[in-house]
Ligand binder design. Structure first.
Ligand SMILES: [Zn+2]
Ligand SMILES: [Zn+2]
Length: 156
């Protein structure tokens, strides 16, 4: 896999190391004055070939060593459906927010008040049924309600 050279951003050229892009070289003479010469290293373009990509603008991506860790799916964030309803759980800076959907659209909202990786406590205000607290057990792609009437939500 080839990726865009990060050193030259794909331009294939870098600032000339000899004249630092000024296209001329300043050489101090014996009397202290500077003499300017056209830079021969870059042919007075001020640029040299990018050393990293040899001017091609592309470098080989080390496939065996990915620079970013693999994306880890959030255990709770996502859409969960059950008979006659669904939860859309989204992760925010302050925790998980839950929007409860009925057949006709959103009917309530709440948040996860406790989650230890196994037990999920959800506090929800439903327009019809009022406020309630659901205690759920998380098993992979299933959320099973363990207090009150048993409902199982499965992840979409
Ligand atoms: Zn130069
Ligand atoms: Zn380059």
């Amino acid at each position: 896999m080839r990726i865009l050279c990060w050193k030259c951003s794909g331009h294939g050229s870098a600032t000339c190391d000899v004249c630092h892009g000024r296209k001329v070289k300043a050489t101090p003479g014996s009397d202290g004055t500077l003499s300017f010469f056209a830079c021969s290293a870059c042919g007075t373009t001020g640029k040299s070939q990018c050393q990293l990509c040899q001017g091609s603008g592309w470098i080989d991506h080390p496939d065996s060593a990915p620079r970013t860790p693999p994306y880890i799916k959030d255990p709770l964030a996502g859409t969960w459906t059950a008979t006659g309803g669904a939860w859309v759980i989204s992760k925010t800076n302050t925790g998980y927010q839950v929007v409860e959907h009925g057949a006709a659209g959103p009917v309530g909202e709440g948040r996860v008040t406790s989650f230890d990786g196994d037990t999920v406590v959800v506090s929800i205000s439903n327009k019809i049924m009022g406020h309630r607290q659901d205690v759920m057990r998380l098993r992979g792609n299933f959320l099973r309600k363990v207090n009150g009437f048993p409902i199982t939500y499965s992840r979409c």
